[in-house]
Write a protein that binds this ligand. Structure first.
Ligand SMILES: Nc1nc2c(ncn2[C@@H]2O[C@H](COP(=O)(O)OP(=O)(O)OP(=O)(O)O)[C@@H](O)[C@H]2O)c(=O)[nH]1
Ligand SMILES: [Mg+2]
Ligand SMILES: [Zn+2]
Length: 351
C-alpha cells in the first residue's frame, strides 16, 4: 500500500499526522474497550487486540492505558498486541466516582465535545457549566446541544437564558435527534479528520442522535421514565463510529456523576473572579461586607444568583479535589514537598 493510500485509510479513523508505521508495527484507533480486550479499527477493518504487558502492571496510572479515541501501535500476532499509545492531541477526563482519587478518561484525540441536554426534565444549566469546566482543559472545543425541542414550549427562552449564562461565543444548537435535517447542523464538526464525543445524561438522546448521523440504527436506545425524564443507562460502553460525513463520533454511556479532577481553571467564571477582586476587602466573604462588588453585581442583576451559587460549588469542589490530588502525588513521591505540578492555575496566581 502506498503512503497516500495509507494516509487516506487512516484519515477515516481521524488520523491527522503523517504516516507512521513500519513493516512490523501498524497504526489503529481504539474504538471500544471491553472487559476482555480492546476493539480497534485501522480505517479498513475492525479487530480485537490485547494490551501489552506494560499496560497491565499493577500501580500504573490508569490514564496511561489505552483509551477510546487513542491511536495505538500494534504488533502483529494472534491476537495483535497494543504496544504503544501515541501522544494524545486532546484528553477529556473526569474524576472517577468513589473514595480514592483517580482520573478517568472519557475520550482522547477529540476536536469537539458535544454536550447534549434534553429540553425536557433533563434541562439543567448548572450541569452544562460543570461539563464546560471539565472540557476547558481538554484541548477540545465544547458545543452545547439542546435536544428534544418538541418536548418544551419555550425553547427560545432557554436558549436566551443559556446565552446570558455561558461565555460569549459558546456554540449552542437546538437539535431534534430523530430528524436528519436537524442533525445536519452538526456537519461543520464532523468533517473528514474530525472527531467528536457526545456526552450527557442517560436519556438525553445521545444514541438516538448517533443513529441519525450514522443513517442506521446501530446503537440501542430506550424511552426515558415519564415522571422525571431519566434514562435507563442503555448505552454501557463508549463506541467510536465512522460517520458518512467522514468524521468520527464517540457515543458514551450517560454519566451519573461528573466530578471535577481538581485541575480545572474555571475560566468559565473568570468574570466572577474578576468581580471578587474589586471588593473593598481582599478577604471579602461576599456576604454583607461593605463595598462587596459581588453583592453589588447580584443586586443589579448583572450576576445571576444561580450562576454565582454554581461557581461557589464548583470552586469548592475543585479546591477539595486539588488537595486530594496533591496528597496522592505527595504519597507517590514518598512524602517529598510538592511543586504542585497539577495545581489549578487560575486562582492560585491571585492568592
Ligand atoms: N421527543 C424526542 N425524543 C427524543 C429526541 N431525541 C431522543 N429522544 C428519545 O429519548 C429517549 C432516550 O434516547 P437515547 O438515545 O437512548 O438516550 P441516550 O442519551 O443514548 O441514553 P443512555 O444510553 O442511557 O446514556 C429515546 O426514547 C429517544 O427516542 C428528540 O429530539 N425528541
Ligand atoms: Mg445511549
Ligand atoms: Zn465581596
Amino acid at each position: 500500500m502506498s503512503d497516500a493510500e495509507t494516509l487516506e485509510r487512516l484519515r477515516r479513523i481521524g488520523w491527522r499526522g503523517a504516516v507512521l508505521q513500519t513493516a512490523d508495527r501498524r497504526l489503529a484507533r481504539v474504538v471500544a474497550q471491553h472487559r476482555t480486550g480492546y476493539e480497534l479499527h485501522d480505517g479498513e477493518h475492525s479487530f480485537g487486540a490485547q494490551p501489552a504487558g506494560q499496560f497491565l502492571k499493577r500501580g500504573i496510572d490508569p490514564a496511561l492505558r489505552p483509551a477510546v479515541g487513542d491511536f495505538v501501535e500494534i504488533e502483529h500476532g494472534q491476537p495483535p498486541h497494543i504496544v504503544a499509545v501515541l501522544p494524545r492531541r486532546t484528553v477529556l477526563s473526569r474524576a472517577a466516582a468513589g473514595e480514592r482519587y483517580a482520573r478517568q478518561i472519557i475520550a482522547t484525540n477529540i476536536d469537539y465535545v458535544l454536550v447534549l441536554t434534553g429540553l425536557d426534565g433533563d434541562y439543567n444549566p448548572a450541569r452544562i457549566e460543570r461539563y464546560l469546566s471539565l472540557i476547558e482543559d481538554s484541548g477540545a472545543r465544547p458545543v452545547v446541544l439542546l435536544s428534544k425541542p418538541d418536548l418544551h414550549e419555550d425553547v427560545q427562552a432557554r436558549i436566551d437564558e443559556l446565552r446570558q449564562r455561558l461565555a460569549p461565543g459558546t456554540a449552542i444548537h437546538t437539535i431534534n435527534g430523530k430528524d436528519p435535517a436537524s442533525a445536519e447542523q452538526l456537519a461543520p464538526y464532523l468533517q473528514p479528520g474530525d472527531s467528536a464525543v457526545l456526552v450527557g445524561s442517560s436519556g438525553a438522546g445521545k444514541s438516538t442522535l448517533t443513529n441519525t448521523l450514522l443513517g442506521i440504527d446501530k446503537m440501542a436506545t430506550s424511552a426515558v421514565r415519564s415522571h422525571d425524564s431519566r434514562g435507563r443507562h442503555t448505552t454501557t460502553h463508549r463506541a467510536l463510529l465512522q460517520l458518512p460525513t467522514g468524521g468520527c463520533l464517540i457515543d458514551t454511556p450517560g454519566m451519573r456523576e461528573l466530578k471535577l479532577t481538581g485541575e480545572e481553571n474555571l475560566d468559565l467564571f473568570a468574570d466572577i473572579e474578576e468581580l471578587a477582586e474589586a471588593c473593598r476587602f481582599a478577604d471579602c466573604g461576599h456576604g454583607s461586607e461593605p463595598g462587596c462588588a459581588v453583592q453589588a453585581a447580584l443586586d443589579s442583576g448583572e450576576l445571576l444568583p444561580e450562576r454565582w451559587r454554581n461557581y461557589l460549588k464548583l470552586r469548592d469542589e475543585r479546591e477539595e479535589q486539588a488537595t486530594t490530588l496533591e496528597a496522592k502525588l505527595r504519597r507517590q513521591r514518598g512524602g517529598r514537598p510538592s511543586e504542585r505540578p497539577h495545581a489549578p492555575r487560575g486562582r492560585r496566581e491571585r492568592e
